[in-house]
Design a protein around this ligand. Structure first.
Ligand code: FAD
Ligand code: 2HG
Ligand code: ZN
Length: 482
């Protein structure tokens, strides 16, 4: 239900914002004129699962403008949703009712780069791929990479504490982010945009905004540590006959490839079958296997790394851990092989909808959940790719190197019966193993009722106290997890 403490947007409010933001393009106004088509992309999420009813989208162009917008909203009890690239997978970036969308797309400038320290300072609305291309010219790399890089914003990445494909190597944003500039609901600008690697002067408040999902304030600037780009990127793709063997391969990879290992990704055959159905591409390996892994190495010497990777593959095949495999010959094949992994989320959406679970699980049990879920769906009679039996398939893949499983159930339509078969089953399964119901995507709207499976009442109460301190009126991204 819409919270009646929030004001409804009036023509006077719109007038204020128009005066403040000036430019015609800085506001999409469905209040004083009928909502245009333009506003709809801001109301819907990437999965087509959540839909809000905003009538007003604001596009501030500077930190000062964000500050003035938020102060006005706070004074007038207008609820807001910060939005980055709108690629989030938990419904956190779209309004639930008529909250004002504040999109960061106009704040898209790279502010500075220090070639000696590797510190990059950007506006929150810079697209991840744009930052990475900029860094490539400077022989550096953004320490985060993910399939949505072409659309997600760095501010959104930080707000969700995104993990992605290379966390194994470069670590999480909690370690890489050096500083944050954020605006609190009352308009206060929290300038903590330092570039220091070490700074133990009191509480590290910026950490609250990393993974805060827009519930405390709006991130306007980010300073982040970027490593040197490796000259050599090599990739191997291989098939295995059991999850036991996947674990052995992971151990071997860590042992044999140690400091050059930069990704270890897992995909089951079901996920690969669906990717093939959608893309029609030829599979990297001739023979079929229940599991596939993709390993990436990043080092300084291509020949040396390639030799290491070839030797690794030979060794694990000799030990009968790996059944078949291939090492990419050149960058085109590197990209092609990555496509079989990075393409999964997009391909799975092809049938209509996907129930997504993003889980941290003790590694030895990681795939057991997929098997149990598959069995449950089989027994429920919902499998069939028809309107009556809407489930297309149950697939498991993810960041094996970080014990992070993506359990996805592809469906023709979102269906209450499927949801009932999956929830709270999946969450109970995770709670029993002290796992996490959100490894890297956040809670948003999707998991708001389930936080208790991963956090104690004491922890949740402490979070609520922080929320009330920063946002006493509760205008920041309401109806979501907190
Ligand atoms: P949005 O979706 O716009 O917003 C996400 C949340 O952050 C919302 O709650 C929003 O209110 C808040 N927010 C956004 N910007 C700000 C800001 N400036 N200040 C305060 N709050 C803000 N995620 C991973 O972790 N790893 C992956 O490997 C991965 N792969 C993906 C692949 C695909 C194909 C897709 C579609 C998504 C993937 N994601 C992944 C999820 C998503 O891309 C990330 O969560 C990303 O970090 C979201 O960034 P965004 O700019 O799109 O944020
Ligand atoms: C990935 O690793 C993303 O590809 C998306 O985190 C996972 O769609 C998903 O469930
Ligand atoms: Zn992921």
């Amino acid at each position: 239900k819409r919270d009646s403490k929030f004001a409804e947007i009036t023509e006077d409010h719109v007038k204020f914002f128009k005066q403040l933001l000036g430019k015609e393009s800085a506001i999409i106004d469905g209040v004083t004129k009928d909502a245009t088509d333009d506003i709809e992309p801001f109301n819907g999420d990437w999965m087509r699962k959540y839909r809000g009813h905003t009538k007003l989208v604001l596009k501030p162009g500077s930190t000062e403008e964000v500050s003035k917008v938020l102060k006005y909203c706070n004074d007038n009890m207008l609820a807001v949703v910060p939005q980055g690239g709108n690629s989030g997978l938990v419904g956190g970036s779209v309004p639930v009712f008529d909250e004002i969308v504040i999109t960061m797309s106009r704040m898209n400038q790279i502010r500075s780069f220090d070639e000696v320290s590797g510190a990059l300072v950007v506006d929150a609305g810079v697209i991840l791929e744009v930052a990475d291309s900029f860094l490539q010219e400077k022989n550096h790399i953004f320490p985060l990479d993910l399939g949505a890089k072409g659309s997600c914003h760095i501010g959104g990445n930080v707000a969700t504490n995104a993990g992605g494909l290379r966390l194994l190597r470069y670590g999480s944003l909690h370690g890489n982010v050096l500083g944050i500039e954020a605006v609190l609901p009352d308009g206060t600008i929290m300038d903590d945009l330092g570039q220091l690697r070490k700074n133990n002067t009191g509480y590290d408040l910026k950490q609250l905004f990393i993974g805060g999902e827009g519930t405390l304030g709006i991130i306007t600037g980010v300073s982040i540590m970027c490593p040197q780009r490796s000259n050599a990127i090599n990739v191997a793709f291989f098939g295995l006959e059991s999850y036991e063997k996947v674990q052995l391969a992971f151990q071997e990879a860590k042992g044999q490839l140690s400091e050059i290992l930069s990704a270890f990704e897992l995909m089951d055959v079901q996920s690969q079958d669906l990717v093939q159905k959608v893309t029609g591409n030829k599979r990297p390996l001739e023979s079929e296997h229940p599991f596939y892994c993709l390993i990436e190495t990043s080092g300084s010497n291509s020949e040396h790394d390639n030799e290491k990777l070839e030797k690794f593959l030979e060794d694990v095949m000799e030990k009968e851990i790996v059944s078949d495999g291939v090492v990419a010959q050149g960058q085109t094949q590197v990209k092609e092989l990555w496509g079989w992994r990075e393409g999964i989320p997009e391909c799975l959406g092809h049938w209509g909808g996907v129930y997504k679970y993003d889980l941290s699980i003790p590694i030895n049990e990681l795939y057991a959940l997929v098997e149990e879920t598959r069995e449950k769906i089989h027994n429920s009679g919902l499998l069939g790719d028809t309107d009556e039996h809407p489930v297309v398939d149950v697939v498991g893949y993810g960041h094996m190197g970080d014990s992070n499983l993506h359990l996805n159930v592809a469906v023709r339509t979102y269906d209450k019966r499927v949801e009932k078969a999956l929830e709270p089953f999946v969450y109970e399964w995770i709670a029993k193993r002290n796992g996490s119901i959100s490894a890297e995507h956040g809670l948003g709207l999707a998991k708001k009722n389930y936080i208790g499976y991963s956090r104690s009442d004491t922890m949740i109460n402490l979070m609520k106290q922080i929320k009330n301190l920063y946002d006493p009126n509760g205008i920041m991204n309401p109806y979501k997890y907190i």
